[in-house]
Design a protein around this ligand. Structure first.
Ligand code: FE2
Length: 315
């Protein structure tokens, strides 16, 4: 069946795929066409397809090798395996962020599906991190190209289980750390800390251009945190840099107005997302899934060195 794809146009930064008839299943869209559009544009809206738990579950499974459960508070589980969750059920507007970008287990694809749209407000914001870098001043771009962000945090029992094999590990567990572990783990006064250091600008999985996408704007503008992330040497990211990143990314953001049945497939290594203030959180029903792309370049190597791509975490 021919795939109807509309390229990003006038005020929209995602491609749109629509069905050939009202009964066409989400999962019946030609997979190679979807992958080609996703690689090029980084975000796709499926609009007009029938949507329920099963079809959303099956669509994501066709493109992902594994999934990660978001442990942030304020969400509810939708599917028994916890793969489908609601978005945060509060009202707050959320600054732009890639999902779970303070961790090396950041998912490749963020899926959003709308069961019930908000009548007013509550738009999901989408921003292309490649466009953000292109919009920065030369000075800021050069600065960020030279720096990395550092996320240092006290490990939760769940973190300890994931990386050290036990919720309450002994100090000797450090000696058995996997050689590919992307975290620097230390023990201070008997407490385990992890440090994740990652370039301030990075190349998304399907691009040779640099993108901005980190927890920085959410940390500064939502949490008020100045120490998560810091630069790689522990120094604070200057307020002027944060302000410029916010101003440029806000200008580039597209506010997606949800319709019932909409599904967004977003490259979480390239795009940031956020949301406008939610007026009625009962009416706004958005489901999510966060997965690892089964069509990422170098999959075999990644499967060997990044076990979360093939093994569902136990928590
Ligand atoms: Fe999010």
């Amino acid at each position: 069946m021919k795939t109807e794809i509309t390229r990003p146009e006038a005020g929209v930064n995602y491609a749109v795929i629509t069905p050939q008839n009202a009964d066409q299943a989400l999962n019946s869209v030609d997979k190679q066409d979807v992958i080609a559009a996703f690689r090029e544009h980084g975000a796709i809206l499926f609009r007009g397809f029938p949507l329920d738990h099963e079809s959303f579950h099956a669509l994501a499974a066709a493109y992902c090798s594994n999934f990660i459960v978001n442990r942030a508070r304020g969400r509810e589980n939708v599917s028994p395996d916890r793969r489908i969750q609601t978005v945060n059920l509060g009202h707050e507007a959320f600054p732009l962020h890639p999902e779970m970008s303070s961790m090396p287990t950041r998912p490749d694809i963020a899926w959003f599906a709308c069961k019930s749209p908000p009548l007013v407000g509550g738009e999901t914001l989408l921003c292309d991190g490649i466009a953000v870098v292109a919009g920065l001043s030369e000075q800021t771009r050069e600065l960020l190209l030279e720096r990395s962000f550092r996320y240092r945090t006290r490990m939760t029992p769940e973190d300890c289980e994931l990386w050290l094999g036990s919720k309450h590990p002994e100090a000797t567990a450090l000696a058995g750390l996997d050689e590919h572990c992307p975290l620097d783990i230390t023990i201070e006064d008997g407490v385990f800390y992890s440090t994740y250091t990652t370039p301030a600008l990075h190349k998304p999985m399907f691009s040779d251009q640099y993108a901005f996408g980190s927890f920085l704007l959410f940390a500064r503008n939502m949490q008020g945190w100045k120490d998560f992330p810091t630069f790689e040497d522990g120094s604070e990211v200057p307020a002027a840099v944060c302000d410029e990143l916010k101003q440029v990314s806000d200008t580039l953001s597209v506010a997606h107005q949800w319709q019932a049945g909409d599904v967004l497939m977003v490259d979480n290594t390239r795009f940031l997302h956020g949301r406008n203030f939610v007026l009625n959180s009962k009416q706004r029903v958005i489901w999510t899934q966060f997965g690892y792309a089964a069509f990422i370049p170098g999959l075999d190597t990644l499967l060997a060195t990044q076990p979360w791509r093939r093994t569902t975490p136990k928590h």
